[in-house]
Write a protein that binds this ligand. Sequence first.
Ligand code: ZN
Length: 282
Amino acid sequence: MRIANHHGRAVLQHGDSWYDVEAVTGGQYSSDPRTLVGQLDQLAEWKETAELNGAHAVDIERFGPPVPDPVQIFAIGLNYRAHAEETGSEIPDYPVVFTKFQTSIAGSTDEVKLPADTVDWEAELVVVIGKEAHQVEPADALSYVAGYMNGQDFSERRLQNRGAKPQFSLAKSYPGFSPVGPYLVTLDELDDPNDLAITTTLVKDGGETELAQNSRTSDLIFDVPTLVSELSKVVKLVPGDLIFTGTPSGVGLGRTPKMFLQPGWRVQTEIEGLGRMDNPVQ
Ligand code: ZN
C-alpha cells in the first residue's frame, strides 16, 4: 500500500486513485496519519475484500509528510562505509544515534530556508514504526515496521562542529531540515526492501543537474532489522516513530573543496520504489 497525507488527512492509493481512509472505510480506520500508521496491517486486510468508492482528487505535489508528528525521530550517523571514510571518521562498531526534532519535519516538495551558507544534503531511507516495539530481535524486527519513505537529513555543518564535540541533533533540526515522503510505502510493495537504489540529485542555477549521491541501501553498515532491534533494546518504539538510517557518500562536506547548498537550487531525493522528493532551497 501507499499512504499519504493530503491536507492533514490520510489517503490510500488504489490503482491510479487516492481515497480518504476514514471516508472509504466508513469510519473504521482513522484519517489521522499517525494513528493510521498503527493500523496498516488491519487496513491491508480490509482492503483485500473491500470495494473502494469515492476517489479523491489529489495533487501529489501537495502531499504533506506521511507522519507529520512522530513521537520520536531517531537518526543514525556514519552508517555507510564510504560516507564514514569521506568524513574522516572511523567505521562504527555500534550505531551512532542522535535525534531530529519534530518541528524539522516537512513534506516532499516543501521549500527549505537555508539558515547559513554551510548546509549539506543527506539522502536517507526513513523507517516508519508501525507497532510498539521493545526489546525485539533482529529476526522479528521488520514485522514492527509500517513502511519506508524517502528522507533528507539536511545538516548545518558549521553548527554541527561548533562545540567541543560534534553535535548532530541541533544542526539537523532547523525548520524544514527533515523532509519525508511523498508517501509511505509498505514493504510488500518492494521487490527487495533490503537493497534499494538511493540518490540525491542537485538541480543548480540554470537547470544544470549533478548526481551527488548514488548508492544502495544494501551498503548500510547496520541494516534496518539491526537498527530497530538495537534501538528497541533501550527505547520503547511507538507507531509513527521514524528512523533516518544514515546517508551514503557524496555529501558536500566530503569534497575538496567543500560544497554546500546555494539559494535557488533544488534537492531531489529518490529511493527505488518510494517515489521522489523535490525540495527547493532558498
Ligand atoms: Zn544523516
